[in-house]
Each structure stands twice: as C-alpha cells, then as structure tokens.
Design a protein around this ligand. Sequence first.
Ligand code: C2O
Ligand code: CU
Length: 484
Amino acid sequence: MLARCKAPGVDLVSPSSSAVRRAEQQRLVAGGTVREFNLVAAPAEIQLAGKPVSTWAYGGAVPGPEIRVRAGEILQVNFRNDLITETSIHWHGLAIRNDMDGVPPITQKSVGAKQDFTYRFTVPDPGTYFFHPHVGLQLDRGLYAPLIVEDPAEPGAYDQEIVLLLDDWTDGVGMLPEKLFSDLKSASAQMPGMDMGGGDSAMDEPSPEAMAGPLKGDPGDITYPLYLINGKAKTDPQTFQVKKGQRVRLRVINAASDTAFRFAVQDHALQVTHTDGFAVEAAPADAVLVGMGERFDAVLEVAGDGPYAVVAAAEGKSNLARANLRTGTGEAAPPEFLPSNLNGNLVQLAALSGAPGGRLAEKKPDRVHDLRLGGNMQRYSWTINGKTHEDSEPLVVEAGERVRLIFRNESTMFHPMHLHGHTFQVLRQTGVGPRKDTVMVLPDERVIVDFDADNPGVWALHCHNLYHQEAGMMVNLGYLRPDP
Ligand code: C2O
Ligand code: CU
C-alpha cells in the first residue's frame, strides 16, 4: 500500500457523498415513524421583565417551540427563514447525517432570507438536546429551542418533567451581539502586549476571586443585562406546579453564549442522571456547573410545602436567572435570593462517571490529535493550535478509527469544547468519564476524550463560547475518503 499523503489538500469525504448516505441507511430503523414539524425563524417581539423587546425567534417565542421525538424516529423539520438574513439550524449534540448538520458553508449552503429548507434525518440517541443557528452571532439573539429525544426503553422513574433553558441576554435590552463583538475586537486592539484575558473588558488578568472559583479564571468576556430561564428574567420567573413527594426530572440546557451557570434548587438535593444526553452514574449534587452547550438531567424529590427557588447563577458574574417550583400558595423568595446549596457540593466534570449504557467499548486510540486552546489579545482572536478557523487545516480521521483528542487550555478562560456528529468519552486516570459532546476545559487544564469515527463527513469542532467561535476558535474534522 502506498503511503497516503496526510498533508493539506487531502481528499475528504464530502457531506453529499455516498458514505454519508450509507451511514444514514445504517441508522434507519425499520418502520421508523416520520415526525414532521413546521418551524419559522423571524423577527419577534417578546416580553422581558415586563417590557417589550424586539429580537429574532423561532415560532415567535423565546425559547422556540419544543421538538420532542423518540430515538429511532425520522425527524422532518420544514423550515422557513423569515429573517432579513441567511441562517441555518444545527441540531446540537445529535450524531446525525452530515448534510443535515446545519453548518454553512461546510455541510450545506445557508438558508437565504425568505427561503425554505427541509431538514430530515434519523434521530439516533435519546437525551436532552437543543437547536440553534450556526451562522454568525445569531444564537445570542432568541434563536434556540429544546429538542428532547425520548427513550423508548426509559424506566421513567419520575412523575413530572421540566425543561429549563438557561441564557444570557442582551438583544433589544443592551447592545446587539454584533456590536459587542466589534467592541471586544477594538478594546483588544487598544491593549497591545497582553495575554488574552477576560472579565468585563476582556483585558484584565483574572481576579483572585475568579482564580479561586470553579472556572479557575475568567468567567467570560461579556456582562449581560439579563439572564433568563425559559425566556424569563428573575423579576418575572416561570412557575412550575409540583406536588410534595413527586419525583421531578429536570432537563437543563445552557443556551447562553458567554455564561456558565451554577444551578441549584432551594432546599433540594439533585441526583444528576445524564450529561449531554448520556447516562452517568447517579451523582448527588447540591449544585451543578453547566457550560455553554452542555446539558444535564437531574432528578429531585419535592421535599415539602412551599415555593422553591430554581436558580441559575451566572458564574462569576454576580447575577442570576430564576424560576419557581410551587406546591401551594405562599410567597416565593425575592428575585435576588441565592439558595445556600449554591455553595454546597458543586458537581463538575470530575464528579461524573459514565454509566454502563453510556460507555464506549475499551480500545486503544488509532489516532491522536493535540488541540492547544489559546487566544491572541491584540486581535481578540481565539485559536486552536495557534490558528483561527479560517487559517486552519482540517483534522483528519479515518472511518472505523478510535480517535483521541487532547485539549490543552493555554489561556486564562474556560472553553466548552463541542464536537459535532459524535459523542466522546472523557478519559480518567481511574474509572470511566462521562459521554459528552461538549466538555469544559478550564485554564491550564488538559482534558482527554476518545470517540469512534463512525459518522463520515466534515464536522465542526469548536468552543461553544459564541464569541470565541466567531473569533476563530473552530476547526473542521474530516474523514479521509477511502481508497477507491
Ligand atoms: Cu451548539 Cu457548533 O454548536
Ligand atoms: Cu472559548
């Protein structure tokens, strides 16, 4: 066999190739039902903290309408773009066919203004997901919605389910996302010779408090005027009716662009059961840290009577989002209320282990990619291996390989790294880490993940801080075209 050239210009499987169609054929479940939804993206007026706010939304609401299907079904979304600009939909976390992944210009042409596009694919794995555009800074408007994939084999050990989407909000209240981004760029340009920092101005060294916090450095580049749970500000929280003794399953999704949340429910312990859709060994938690693009499921048992505050504290940003659980009458705690369990046992990546159903088979990696995560202060550019997306060459894998990614964070801010089209297993010295598609890599940390290259195509691998992604922190991962 001839040695194959692995340098730039390698021949990669394209989204429209027969390999992608074959992979979809293998996913098809005989008799799989087609579930059809209509979805419109359009300018909308919503109410935030009692005021009308203009934004862009799916179906006129923030979050957009929930899509709920069962694993094995075929999801068809008849999508209409009534925005004034091009867009796309990315089905975050789902390992679907490459040409439906919604990443223009890589996996499809963007959907132009006033154009339609039909997304249609087999839904492979149960779990908690969401969808959002993969164009520019559109996710930091109101364009996001939950995608829940039910498990036909789920034991259903709970009485009620509550889906909670967390977000940081500026559109129509503070600056437009595009303005925030250009300000970050110009603020950076005025501060030559410093490492990429963070905090409010994206230019300070992290404070001692920030270094001591769970993010071990800068909590973000932007301070938002509002933080939301299910499109509601803390002064106008959504209230869920529950009953004492009920087991409630929470599906928590961080749809924010620049904010990690510390999540807790007043007077209640949580049992974390899933991360990014996959089962973990049940982990007791007082609070859970959730990065952008991450999801977790947790069960709680309603302990007593009274309203309970559901709090998503914007980590390191001195603000919060809020909802309520309510069993009867009684006055809910004030908007600023911080339940004490926010400072209790905080579950992060290290506390989570993959459950038997959520583990990859043991195997040595066939290929290893090193990914150094860094930033360049002068240009507000964020990089992988020193390169922005524009300047990068695709990472190459071959179908059938076990692939290892080694993330090293050389910057002063955390990066929730997200891989499209696959879920990886986080590696541990001892034991098995959780299966995930988005993993927090903290400053100076190294995180190693393995995945099976079983879904041909060209896939995005990027930081789920939207501003980092826009500033270049993304690389393509492509499958070598097999020998003819
Ligand atoms: Cu939600 Cu490319 O990501
Ligand atoms: Cu980042």
